[in-house]
Design a protein around this ligand. Structure first.
Ligand SMILES: [Zn+2]
Length: 312
């Protein structure tokens, strides 16, 4: 089951908050039908709970004889498709009359008459989402959309959502208006507002998990980079000390340098801090660093002397 499917299943099973909420919910679903009113088909959906909810509300509120067909897609995904419809044209006219819609007027517009209370507006938006909405799995990306169709209607729905502090963005896909949300927070708000509280919590959890994982990755990358630097620096120091050992010998070095040089040769994996602690007279990190620089300088002198010898 997709995340969209989870959300729709959760929404379809909610009990209406007030008597008018049922009507508002059905209105949201009916208004979003992208199928012509002269047609007897009212909705195609992949989600059975949505189809069931629609059939029950239509029968209960408008008294229409509603039918549901189940068909299987022949495509590679082989999803089930549920088609909700009526058998007689008169039923469509009856449903339109119930909502005060002129069945002969093709343009769909929002009628705020049945959206007086806040709970009813939320129910209406739930119906809209169930009919034409989708939300991407938050593990992939944050994206919720309503494929409304007509631009004027999309504007009216965006304005209604804005009254509930949800700011949809608008785009046009193949000549059809789509409202969408891109960030996790407004998607969480929209899911909660519609009543999909469990899915909203799930999205929140995914977001927290993703944020923590990103943080861990950043820290790990940073630590790996630091370890890499330490290892490279230690390898260079060992090389320099070996050069001194092979040429002038470590015994001729001043005591403080000789001790550190031997310690480094024996412990190439140690960090500067660890080296500090291992010295017979512990010194600061910058003290160790200073001694290592002196060793590097001696190695550097030997190197340049060697080059001179070769060129002579
Ligand atoms: Zn209500």
């Amino acid at each position: 089951m997709s995340f969209s499917g989870d959300v729709k299943r959760e929404l379809a099973r909610l009990a209406p908050a007030c008597k008018d909420c049922k009507r508002a919910l059905l209105y949201g679903m009916f208004l979003m039908n992208r199928i012509s009113r002269s047609n007897l088909t009212l909705m195609h959906t992949e989600h059975k709970p949505v189809a069931d909810c629609y059939v029950n509300l239509l029968a209960e509120l408008t008294g229409s004889i509603v039918t549901m067909f189940i068909s299987d897609y022949t495509g590679p995904k082989k999803k089930r498709n549920y088609t909700v419809g009526v058998e007689h044209k008169e039923d469509i006219r009856e449903i339109c009359r119930y909502f005060g819609i002129d069945p002969d007027r093709p343009e769909r517009r929002l009628d705020r008459n049945c959206l007086k209370r806040e709970c009813c507006i939320h129910s209406f938006l739930r119906g809209v989402f169930m009919a034409c909405g989708s939300v991407t799995n938050p593990e992939k990306e944050y994206h919720l959309e309503l494929a409304v169709g007509e631009e004027a209607l999309a504007g009216e729905i965006a304005a209604l959502a804005e009254e509930c502090s949800i700011q949809f963005r608008k785009t046009n896909r193949k000549g059809s208006s789509v409202l969408y949300l891109k960030e996790s927070e407004p998607i969480e708000d929209m899911l909660t507002l519609m009543g999909a509280v469990n899915c909203s919590l799930e999205l929140m959890n995914v977001k927290i998990y993703k944020d923590v994982r990103n943080k861990v990755n950043r820290v790990t990358n940073c630590e790996t980079a630091n370890i890499g630097k330490t290892v490279n620096a230690a390898a260079t120091q060992v090389e320099q000390i070996r050069l001194i050992e092979r040429t002038v010998g470590l015994d001729d070095l001043p005591d403080d340098l000789r001790e550190l040089a031997e310690l480094r040769l024996e412990n190439p994996e140690m960090s500067l801090r660890e080296l500090c602690m291992e010295l017979s007279e512990p010194i600061s990190r910058s003290g160790v660093n200073h001694r290592l620089k002196r060793l590097a300088a001696i190695a550097g002198e030997i190197q340049s002397k060697k080059k001179q010898d070769v060129s002579c």
